[in-house]
Design a protein around this ligand. Structure first.
Ligand code: CUA
Length: 334
């Protein structure tokens, strides 16, 4: 964080209100990163070349079908002597497309190499995907369920997954990369337009794949550090149950555990504390502080009967303070 502080101009006190980028475009999402413009340009080049080729080929075909149609059976059986070879024509229709394809390849390859090579000074953020939410971890250990980045800054995202394949996709930045369990993948970008955008999971990953979204916030100069400072201060002063509520949202608990009694992938948190639950394979357990703690660290140890054993472990990812917060939050949901 400190390096960023030094990299940016002084904070602007009256930052304009962030506006969620409209997603009503017929064609393309907004261009909010340094590569977007060139990438779109190449996309449309290929698009128009393809469209031109399509009409040229199909047009010529229709014209020739019409021109050389047989006028009678006799004419059909005794075709006019014709040339079957035209070297000039063949060279022309081979060389022109070849030049076009080489041109497209060179531009595409240069863009690909650029997009696959993160600058050395890039600020790193971890993006961790799981069924069905994203968590973003910053270099100071702070975690958020929103993806915050500073404007005009090279950012490298280290992507991983806790369970199955997901994909990190920010359409406005034109970056997309698979999140693969058991290894890191990465992307980098430089967001050049402050505002709010959408991050989507772009790899089918189960029931709630389409809900696996996150808000992307590109901050004006100084805004990122300000957001981080406020976040740290807020969490330090927070009562445990409130901190738990915050974690409930950003760790993805809410995806599978409702707070109003609705049955989702996991048991609802409503009225859960103190309840007697039957376990898979028999036996019962009373939901107390230790059971909740165990279920966060080793979710498969005691699974409640009737629910799939699909929760990922949070072992080593949540401090004691945060686990305690979640316990206290569940206690409030009577
Ligand atoms: Cu995660 Cu689709």
């Amino acid at each position: 964080m400190m390096t960023l502080l030094n990299m940016q101009p002084s904070p602007q006190p009256d930052r304009p209100a962030l506006k969620l980028a409209e997603r009503t475009e017929y064609w393309m999402p907004p261009q909010a990163s340094t590569v977007a413009e060139e990438l779109d340009w190449l996309f449309f080049l290929i698009y128009w070349v393809s469209l031109f080729s399509f009409f040229a080929v199909v047009g010529a075909m229709i014209y020739l079908i019409w021109k050389y149609k047989a006028t009678s059976r006799a004419a059909n059986e005794q075709p006019e002597p014709s040339t079957d070879h035209n070297t000039t024509l063949e060279i022309t229709w081979s060389v022109i497309p070849l030049i076009a394809v080489i041109g497209i390849f060179v531009i595409g390859f240069k863009g690909f190499v650029n997009m696959r090579t993160p600058p050395k000074d890039a600020y790193e953020i971890h993006a961790i995907g799981q069924k069905w939410s994203w968590a973003f971890k910053y270099s100071n250990g702070q975690v958020s369920d929103e993806f915050h980045v500073p404007v005009d800054t090279n950012v490298r995202v280290l992507i991983s997954s806790k369970d199955v394949l997901h994909a990190f996709w920010v359409p406005a930045f034109r970056v997309k990369q698979d999140a693969v369990p058991g290894r890191y993948t990465d992307v980098w970008f430089n967001a050049n337009t402050a505002g709010e955008y959408v991050l989507e999971c772009a790899e089918y990953c189960g029931t709630s794949h389409s809900d696996m979204l996150a808000k992307v916030v590109v901050h004006e100069p100084g805004g990122f550090d300000k957001w981080m400072d406020e976040k740290i201060k807020l969490e330090e002063a927070m009562p445990p149950a409130e901190l738990g509520e915050l974690e409930y949202g950003r760790q993805g608990c809410k995806v599978c555990h409702s707070i109003d009694g609705t049955r989702l992938t996991g048991p609802s948190f409503k009225g859960l504390f103190g309840k007697q639950e039957t376990l898979v394979g028999g036996g019962t357990v009373t939901v107390d502080e230790n059971y909740i703690r165990e279920s966060i660290n080793e979710p498969q140890a005691k699974v409640v009967a009737g629910y799939p054993p699909s929760m990922p472990t949070y072992k080593g990812q949540l401090s004691d303070k945060r686990i305690m917060g979640i316990v206290e939050y569940i206690k409030t949901l009577k």
